[in-house]
Design a protein around this ligand. Structure first.
Ligand code: ADP
Length: 328
């Protein structure tokens, strides 16, 4: 049976924040509960809590949610917050539009008033300089720290900015890992939210990135095809094994936006990814149509989320759901 959201919210906010400020929702310690099938997911911010407090909080929240009707509770405790909150954008395989989504989500979040940074960690094909139109500009360093560039209201760093242009990135794991480290530990202020365009797949580089810089959550991108969804499942499993909550699934290239009238039609049927999200037990964040204008604008370095139209609206709606999921 699906639990009742109001009861869960009341139960969660009925627990006092161990450091004061009211109930867990009021104080911002917990994200609002998300219900997916029979599973209730809550993200708790561990900032300022010692080990014993974290343990007690974990147990108290689990029992309270169960008493309020949740059959399965999934709690994620984010690491002590020092740098920006990290959101990983990932896919099981390349070519599904992961980088395009990461860039446009960052722009849509910035448009809605968030201070956002975008990290292009895609060692196989860094495309953020192209997508964000930063061209061949390179970041400077102050002391040990890289200074991100700014484009379309977003702070940006890409592996493509710190390796020689045109040079194939055939790095071995440790080298790629160190370079990624530099990007994530750059001087991101005032950005307090980092969207990380992850390398596709589920290899060692992804694993070490997740170990060192634990994201607050992950967004999984997939195309409607079954095969891509099987890959999405693999990506989801990787994050789950690292206790990173899945914020949701985005279906990209879903339906076709007519270049003449803008109307979105579904030549191959619709609802596949939504059904898959239910089967995978993850929230569904939305769909982005297959739209020739998205590709054209991306190729010109003007993220479609900066404009209006079907694409921009889709990115805006997904960004909005992401803010709710992250309690921002
Ligand atoms: P990935 O990062 O998964 O490898 P990209 O973001 O580089 O994929 O996208 C692959 C190609 O698909 C790019 O040419 C991009 O412009 C195009 N693309 C991505 N999303 C869409 C969309 N919704 N409609 C049309 N083209 C898209």
């Amino acid at each position: 049976m699906t639990p009742d959201l109001d009861s869960l919210v009341a139960a969660l906010d009925g627990i006092a924040d161990p450091l004061g400020g009211g109930g867990l929702l009021t104080s911002g310690r917990a994200t609002p509960p998300r219900i997916s099938g029979e599973t209730v997911t809550v993200v708790l911010d561990a900032t300022g809590l010692d080990e014993a407090q974290r343990k007690t909080l974990d147990q108290t929240v689990t029992s309270a949610l169960e008493a309020a009707g949740a059959t399965k509770v999934r709690l994620a405790m984010t690491a002590e917050r020092s740098g920006p909150i990290i959101v990983a954008v990932a896919s099981g395989k390349g070519g599904v539009g992961k980088s395009t989504l990461a860039a446009n989500l960052a722009v849509a979040l910035a448009r809605s008033g968030a201070q956002v940074g975008l990290v292009d960690a895609d060692i196989h094909g860094p495309s953020v300089p192209l997508l964000m139109g930063t061209g061949s500009a390179r970041p400077t360093a102050v002391g040990e720290k890289l200074q991100p560039l700014t484009a379309h209201g977003v702070k940006v760093l890409s592996l493509g900015m710190i390796v020689e242009p045109g040079k194939a990135i055939a790095w071995r794991g440790p080298m790629a890992g160190r370079a990624l480290e530099q990007l994530i530990e750059a001087n991101w202020a005032p950005a307090n939210l980092l969207i990380v365009d992850m390398p596709p797949g589920t290899g060692d580089v992804q694993l070490s990135l997740l170990q060192r810089h634990k994201p607050a959550g992950a967004v999984i991108v997939s195309t409607p095809q079954d095969l891509a969804l099987i890959d999405a499942r693999r990506a989801i499993d990787l994050f789950r094994s690292m206790h990173v909550p899945i914020l949701g699934l985005v279906e990209n290239m879903a339906g076709y936006a007519c270049p003449h009238c803008g109307e979105v039609s579904d030549p191959f049927g619709s609802g596949g990814a939504e059904a898959a999200a239910i089967a995978l037990d993850v929230p569904f964040l939305g769909r982005v149509p297959l739209d020739p204008q998205i590709r054209a604008a991306s190729d010109e370095g003007t993220p479609p989320a900066t404009g209006d139209g079907a694409g921009a609206e889709a990115y805006r709606a997904i960004a909005e759901r992401l803010r709710v999921a992250l309690n921002l």
